[in-house]
Structures are given as C-alpha cells and as structure tokens.
Design a protein around this ligand. Structure first.
Ligand code: TXA
Ligand code: MG
Length: 395
C-alpha cells in the first residue's frame, strides 16, 4: 500500500517526484530524504494531513513539528515579521540543517503542527530532492523524522520502510541522507541565539553570525554530565542552568531487559518541560539496554570489556559501539565501529544505522564509547545520551 519511488538526487524533477508532490497536495503522507535524516511530510495547513503523520509515527500530540519550505517567499505566510538576526541566520545557513523557532502567524498552519504553541519551527532543507518535492507540492510541508516514535531517525529509505511501510502513502528514495543527525533547532531572543536541540549546524558555526549563543539546559554540552561513578545510582537530574531553563528529563523508552538493576534509566519529570518539547522524550533508543561510557581510553576499554564479559556469561547478547581505533580490542556478539575517531562527521552519518543494526541482531546489552563534544561531536553525544536512556558512566 505504500508506494516507493526511486529518485536521482542529481536530477530530482521526475514524473515520480511529481506523483509524490500530488499526494502531498491531496493531504497524504510522503517520506522524503533531507540533508539530515528522512522526513515524513504532509501539508502543514491541513489538520487531517497532519493528523496522519502523528498516527503513522505513533507520536505524542504535544510534540510539535518542523515546517519545511523550499523558498523564502513561503515564510511570510507562516510567521510574523522577523528580525535582523533571524535574517542573518537564514542568509548564512539556509538552505541547510538549521531550524528557526519563530512567532507563528495566527492560523497559518494546523494547530497540530505547533501543538498549541504560539511559535512555529521552520527550516529550508538543502537536499535537492526535498527542495524539488516541496516546491512541486506548493505546500509548506510539516515533517518530523520518518521513524516510528522512539526509534532511531531513518538515514536510508529502507529504514523508513522498515518502520512505516503500510502506514504512509509513499516513500521517495533518494539514497542516503547527509549529516545523519537532525537539524539544529534554535530560538532567538534579542541578540541571543539559544540552541534547543544540537544538530547539523554546530554552535561554533552559529557563533560566526550571532554575538551570543547559549543552550537550553537539555541541549548543553555536558548535559550527559550527570554521569555516575560505577556502582552509584545515577543522579535524577542535572542542576538547572538558569532561570527558565530546565534540567535533563527523559522518559525511559527502552524495554527493560532481564537485569537492568545496575543501570536504571532516569525517569521523566513532567514538571521540567524543556523549551523544545521533543527533547523530553527518550528518542533514538535501540531496544537493548545501552550504557554510554566516558573517561580515559584505557579505563573505558577495561570497563566495557569487563561488563561485556559478565553480560555474556549471564547469557545475554552483547553489542559494543566503538571506533576503528578500538574495534579490535573488544570481544562481543556484535562490535560495530562508527569509523575513525578522527572523523566524527562520518560517525554522525553512521550512528542511527548502527543503532538499528543492534536491534536487527537482538542485542540485549550495548556499551558505547563517548566522544569529545566539539563540532558535530556535541550533537553526536546528545543523541548517544538519549539512545542510552541517560545511562552514562564515567570510569
Ligand atoms: O533534521 C530535522 O530537523 C528532521 C528533518 C526531517 O527535517 N526533522 C526532525 O523533526 O527532526 P522532529 O519532529 O523529529 O523534531 C522536531 C523538533 C522536536 O524536538 C520538537 O519539539 C521541536 O523540533 N519543535 C518543533 N516545533 C517547535 C516549537 N514551536 N518550539 C520549540 N521546539 C519545537
Ligand atoms: Mg524525530
């Protein structure tokens, strides 16, 4: 029931793409590649169309969607007049993996898109297939990542099909997505850019355009930082970082395995709502219980080897997420390398497929090595922490 079209990323304007655009115009859901991850699109103006997205994904209705445009001329109808800093960000980063949260023009999109907020998140993707599809549809296209809620975001059309085949009208297959992690979501307050979700555009790059760049607490580097010493219970929450800012909060999404006692997930604290509602959900989780390990390389290796050995002795299937430089050191059922530690951009591209691979192989326990939080490493760590359900140890 789900149509799949193969589209050449270099020459996207095909008959296939026109059919996909027509389905969008008619209120159907269509998945398509972007330069971050695959999105599941629908006409942002239509309640019915947007409802289909939430239904297909099993997404909580209080988590708002990003509206995708192909042309700056579409923006005026979606948001209130924007300031000079927003304009500079668009000039520098659009099209590309930056999402701007701006005051919404009343009635411009379905209230389901904004989940009742008076702001709307907008981005102009740079992937040629996404741009061509949005332009051909003539719609502002609401599109969350095209995965079942709680699963890793899809970086290949096959991931979308695995999660959503039979639940959506179509999938445009344009090959592998680019960055591999979602866009950076920011809000603007005066001269300050606040990062609500780290992503494809780094804080360093934002600083080239904005005088002040700060983080919502859930998005800050070191938000992994409620790291626990071995054998201690994890802290429930990181300390709040400022007025109106929130501490770590995540709902456990992983199925508890037989023995999770020494690595409990943090539980949700509904009172502490992050500025970006999606950040409160434990996304990106593989089905196995994952733990993220920080610390000096040798101590980390010893810890992971010991824990993995003990788990295997208990009869559990063990996965290890590591890098080329260390992959040979480990003995587990599934050792997956994200590539060289010197290429965190490649690791970002490989992360979600690796998490899915652990699921395919029924890994019950997964240990992952932490990475330095510089450049794209910050977004990568943000996703690793979530995949681990906030189980982070420092050794
Ligand atoms: O790279 C991406 O951004 C991908 C591709 C498909 O464009 N999309 C994506 O969408 O990651 P989604 O729905 O998985 O994540 C949207 C994020 C969520 O964290 C949501 O809470 C936040 O954007 N968001 C949406 N509207 C918002 C708003 N008005 N205020 C604050 N946060 C908002
Ligand atoms: Mg998502």
């Amino acid at each position: 029931r789900t149509i799949e079209w193969r589209v050449d990323a270099d020459a996207p304007k095909s008959e296939e793409l026109m059919e996909a655009a027509r389905l969008l115009r008619e209120g159907q859901t269509v998945a398509f590649p972007t330069e971050t991850v695959y999105g599941l699109g629908a006409d942002a103006r239509s309640d019915e169309a947007v409802a289909r997205i939430f239904e297909a994904k099993g997404r909580p209705s209080d988590n708002p969607l990003i509206v995708h445009i192909a042309d700056r001329a579409q923006l005026g109808a979606l948001v209130l007049p924007w300031g000079e800093l927003a304009e500079r960000l668009m000039d520098r980063f659009w099209p590309g993996p930056l999402t701007l949260v701006l005051p919404a023009a009343p009635g411009a999109v379905s209230p389901r898109v904004t989940a009742g907020l008076d702001t709307v998140a907008v981005r102009m993707p740079s992937h040629p297939v996404a741009l061509a599809l949005i332009a051909a549809s003539g719609c502002p296209v609401a599109a969350p990542s095209a995965n079942r809620s709680g699963r890793p975001s899809p970086t290949l059309a096959a991931h979308v099909a695995g999660d959503l085949a039979g639940r959506i009208a179509g999938i445009v297959d344009g090959g592998a997505a680019g960055v591999g992690l979602e866009s950076t979501v920011v809000e603007i307050e005066g001269e300050t850019v606040r990062i609500l979700r780290p992503g494809g555009v780094t804080a360093e790059a934002l600083r080239e355009v904005a005088a002040r760049v700060e983080y919502d607490a859930v998005a800050a580097p070191g938000a992994a930082g409620s790291a626990t010493a071995i054998g201690q219970a994890p802290e429930r929450n990181a300390p709040p970082r400022g007025p109106g800012h929130t501490s770590l909060s995540a709902a456990p999404a992983v199925q508890p395995a037989a023995d999770t006692a020494q690595a409990p997930a943090l539980s949700a604290d509904a009172a502490l709502a992050p500025r970006s509602p999606g950040m409160k959900y434990a996304h990106y989780a593989p089905r196995g219980v994952m733990e993220l390990v920080q610390g000096e390389a040798e101590a980390r290796r010893a810890y992971i080897q010991r824990e993995a050995h003990a788990a295997r002795a208990r009869g559990e299937r063990v996965g290890i997420l590591t890098f080329d430089e260390h992959a040979g050191l480990y003995d587990a059922d599934d050792v997956i390398s994200l590539g060289s530690l010197s290429r965190l951009d490649h690791a970002a591209q490989a992360l979600y497929a690796a998490l899915r691979a652990f699921d395919d192989r029924d890994a019950q326990r997964i240990w992952a090595e932490a990475v330095p939080e510089t450049g794209i490493g910050h977004a990568l760590m943000n996703r690793l922490v979530k995949a681990a359900g906030h189980r982070v140890v420092r050794v």
